[in-house]
Ligand binder design. Structure first.
Ligand SMILES: [Zn+2]
Length: 227
């Protein structure tokens, strides 16, 4: 299941490969820089487990780096260009058989770049997926808020600063609307601490529940593309 941990004779034929994608960028004062990658990994591992005995699913080592510029004003942002991301993803695709991209970093340039590869993509910004997710996610106020923080609490609670979390006030920012209005950095959007939404309301239980929904979506997509 964990591609990188296999020895080569153990790689199954006709497997579906899933590539977890994220970003290295600030996620509030409370959550880890690689929050998005951790979320993608959580979805991939659950889907692989769910499909055991039906479809062999191999989780590739993740691509932690993404196109991430909105958080430039904060320490902790490490961005790559659209061209680099496209090359990386398409060259990985050339090396393996069937590949599905699983992305949890929603900066438009990241999403557009992944779409442009033409590869199967779990694209949570699509309405059909988004409407199955939580209210906060659908509100567009979903950077390091309740939605993302709950997911990290479900899998890696030791990486969340609980003491800081409890002090964070809800901050509603409709990110898609702000981006449409030409705002392309967190500060201009009103995210002085690199988060929006309500991280203090996050719970591991909500995270586990959301992971189940996200896993349903990926399982459906894998069944569609499986050889
Ligand atoms: Zn994120």
């Amino acid at each position: 299941m964990n591609y990188g941990y296999l020895a080569y004779p153990d790689i199954p034929e006709d497997a579906v490969h899933v590539l977890p994608l994220g970003a290295v960028e600030p996620h509030g004062p409370h959550a880890p820089l690689v929050t998005d990658t951790l979320i993608s990994l959580g979805i991939c591992h659950r889907a692989a487990e769910r499909l055991e005995g039906e479809i062999p699913v191999l989780v590739l080592p993740p691509v932690h780096y993404g196109v991430t510029r909105y958080a430039d004003a904060f320490p902790g942002t490490v961005s790559i260009s659209e061209d680099t991301l496209r090359s990386l993803v398409t060259e990985i695709a050339d090396s393996v058989g069937t590949l599905v991209l699983v992305n949890s970093h929603f900066e438009p340039e990241q999403v557009e770049t992944l779409r442009s590869t033409g590869l199967p993509l779990l694209d949570l910004t699509r309405r059909a997926y988004a409407e199955r997710l939580t209210e906060e996610f659908r509100s567009g106020s979903c950077h390091a808020g309740r939605y993302e923080t709950s997911l990290v609490l479900a899998d890696r609670p030791e990486l969340v600063h609980a003491d800081r979390l409890s002090t964070l006030e809800e901050r509603h920012v409709d990110m898609p609307a702000a981006i449409d209005a030409g705002q392309t950095d967190f500060i201009a959007m009103g995210m002085e601490q690199a988060y929006c939404g309500a991280p203090a309301e996050a719970t591991a239980d909500e995270g586990r529940e959301t992971f189940e929904t996200l896993t349903d979506m990926l399982v459906e997509l894998i069944r569609e593309v499986a050889p």
